[in-house]
Ligand binder design. Sequence first.
Ligand SMILES: [Zn+2]
Length: 335
Amino acid sequence: MALSNSEYNLIMRAYEERRYASKHEQTARTEEVYRKIPRIKEIQDEISSISVQNMKNRLTGIKEGDNFTKEQLHKAITGLIAEKKMLMEQYGYPEDYLKQRYICEDCQDTGYVGNEKCHCLKEKITELLYSRSNLKETLLKENFDTFNISYYSEKNVDTITGKNAKANITEVLGKCRHFVECFGSDFENLFIYGETGVGKTFLTNCIAKELMDKSYSVIYMSSVHMFEVLADEQFGKGERNSQTGVRDLTGCDLLIIDDLGTELVNTFTASSLFNCINERFLKKKPVIISTNLSIGDIRELYSERVFSRIASNYTMLKIFGEDLRIVTSLGLTKS
Ligand SMILES: [Zn+2]
């Protein structure tokens, strides 16, 4: 479960209030009808007493096969229901006026259908995860459906691998989709690297959206912001205005560290980066790092142990192509 207990309780309390309010409204509607059409109240009372009688018959051993009694009771109830329906119609009330009205009929505002979470509860959880992720609106624009590989050129060939940009991004996309599909069962981390503007952040957003839609908690942080959060914790400046704390960094289902290397690198950032990714590694909680740095730069800037954690436990995904920010602003489409 990706939510904290208090968040979960908050959602469940909202359901309870919803049920209470709808029960209250139903009572008010019923009283109104009873005032206007007193016969309806009599009908309701008769139906109740017949049902009680029916129950008693069963308990006192009148057999299931005693069709006479059963049929008689059934007929009486059907007659009463028809009369009620007719009266309601006559007075201009909709047929379901006396029923309790739920916002979600599927779970009757309990959040559960049997032991399974109802779709409405899943939506609520996802909403909360989105609001906590630091992403919100971005994900409506940047997701797998809007990822456009035509921006990556076949003419742009990597001299080392001999792969062109389009073939490369197609392969990377496949690996990212695989990451999403196996999330929760396989433990995998991604190290996405390449020049500025080649679509690294876009790609991490695609993954974030897919996972949040599956109710996983995702925290997205620019590395600058992440080290601020870690420094606040370390040096006791207290929580910043940010909603995200250190506990979220280590506890969320997926942590995305964007643009690693853009912060001011020093011994503090080097050791806290190691602690963060190491703690998540020990808990088998995935991390995605996106960066302009090569894995070699990581060794130089952050230390040998950060390098070896990443080199041995992260899937390396290199992206290259033209700077998409320039390509899209010029309205070019590469083929
Ligand atoms: Zn529901």
